[in-house]
Design a binder for this molecule. Structure first.
Ligand code: HAM
Length: 410
């Protein structure tokens, strides 16, 4: 019986795993430099943590969560995102006493979506959150952090920052009402999918990809026209700071994001290079969410990025680690091979022992595994402690002393 992986999940190994680890390494490095502490939360939580905050009507909750009943009938959900678990963990562990509190995490998320390139049912997110401040520099900082990480991992790619503001929560509520009314009045001109969203989530109609909706969306009341002067000023200030930081920004008035908790700044880093799942990183401000989860009335801002999507854009990683193989001519030389093996490991080199005891087979295996060096352990060292060192890239072979071998490899 051959058991297949579940649809939308994948195993990670080889080149792909190298890319994955590079992303995580870069994230941890930048987290440290920007002063964000790691916070790891469980993969499953009580379902109620996600239901209301993400929006009972949002796509994530309605269609995509993996929810099940535990033996004692508790309803449990595999986390579809990291922001709400981070808030729960920060509140539960008393981590919100010194503000602002800045956290990051990486890990698996689960959404039962239709799998396609860049969209999976189990995927990994990088997540950064800053709790407890609405200073616009926290918006700038979090965007700059995303930009820095993407620039370092994908220097060869064109990635664009899309930016919008939703205004305050109160403003957004009024605007949603205006929008519902407008779409209700024009219901007969909308697609069935959009009609379903009119009362529950009219903002989501704005980013509908359905051609039927295009005209009616074009003519709808604009969010920007509903914004207060002070909200507009904040937005201007953010845009100016991004210019000062040389972060090219595309203002995208249709950008509303898929989760219900956002207000003020929303943003996405997008690419044209991977097809329809083109958002690498998405985030924004969520003042009110911590309170909605039973905490103090603290503001917050953050983002999450899909590691697998970022990996789709990465080049293969050329490792500068030395790949050294041992070739042992005959089992009688095992003792010398062991001494060489120990010497290399103690000097912080990696070494691969193939158990072949046959020079021809060892050379062929080393070449299959793209080894850079092969050290041949045989008669020479038996007599005078010398080894044959073959550089498999240049083809050059030398006889070297044990004490000099590291200089040759370096
Ligand atoms: P999100 O837009 O739902 O936001 O997801 C963020 C990123 O996760 C996406 O831009 C994408 O790269 C990746 N992603 C989402 N779904 C999938 C999938 N099915 N397969 C592969 N990658 C995927 C959030 O999750 C918010 N919690 C972000 C946030 C943090 N906002 C404030 N703080």
């Amino acid at each position: 019986m051959k058991i297949k992986p579940i649809r939308g999940t994948h195993d990670l190994f080889g080149e792909e795993l190298k890319k994955f680890n590079k992303v995580v390494y870069e994230v941890k490095d930048k987290a440290k430099k920007f002063g964000f502490n790691e916070l790891i939360t469980p993969i499953f939580e009580s379902s109620e943590l996600f239901k209301k905050p993400l929006g009972e009507q949002s796509d994530v909750v309605l269609k995509e969560m993996y929810t099940f009943k535990d033996r004692n009938e508790d309803e449990i959900t595999l986390r579809p995102e990291y922001t709400t678990p981070m808030i729960r963990a920060a509140m539960f562990n008393g981590l919100l006493n010194n503000l602002p509190a800045k956290f990051f995490g990486t890990g698996q998320m689960f959404r039962r979506e239709r799998p396609q390139k860049g969209r999976y049912r189990q995927f990994n997110q990088i997540n950064f959150e800053n709790f407890g401040t609405d200073d616009i520099f926290s918006d700038i900082e979090i965007i700059n952090l995303a930009n820095t990480i993407l620039k370092n991992i994908l220097p060869h790619r064109k990635i664009t920052l899309h930016l919008n503001t939703l205004g305050s929560r109160e403003n957004l509520k009024d605007y949603k009402n205006t929008l519902s009314k407008y779409f209700n009045d024009n219901k007969n001109l909308l697609s069935a999918d959009s009609v379903n969203k009119i009362n529950a989530n009219p903002l989501r109609i704005l980013d509908s990809k359905n051609i039927e909706d295009k005209d009616i969306i074009e003519k709808c009341p604009k969010l920007v026209e509903s914004l207060s002067k002070s909200d507009l000023n904040l937005y201007e200030e953010i845009k100016n700071c991004l210019i000062d930081l040389n972060i090219a920004t595309y203002e995208d008035p249709k950008l509303v994001r898929g989760l219900d908790y956002y207000c003020h700044t929303v943003f996405e880093f997008k690419t044209d290079d991977i097809g329809s799942q083109d958002t690498l990183i998405g985030g924004g401000r969520y003042n009110g969410l911590i309170k909605a989860l039973g905490g103090k009335n603290l503001p917050g801002v953050g983002w999450a990025g899909g590691i697998e999507r970022i990996m789709l854009l990465m080049k293969d990683i050329v490792s500068d680690e030395k790949n050294i193989h041992l070739a042992i001519q005959d089992p009688t030389y095992k003792k010398y091979a062991l001494a060489m093996y120990d010497f290399l490991i103690k000097n912080n080199f990696g070494v691969y022992w193939n158990y072949k005891y046959n020079l021809k087979k060892s050379l062929s295996l080393a070449s299959d595994k793209k080894a850079q060096y092969i050290i041949i352990v045989g008669e020479l060292e038996n007599t005078n402690n010398k080894y044959a060192l073959k550089n498999l890239i240049s083809g050059e072979q030398k006889i070297v002393d044990l004490k000099n071998i590291l200089d040759h490899i370096k």
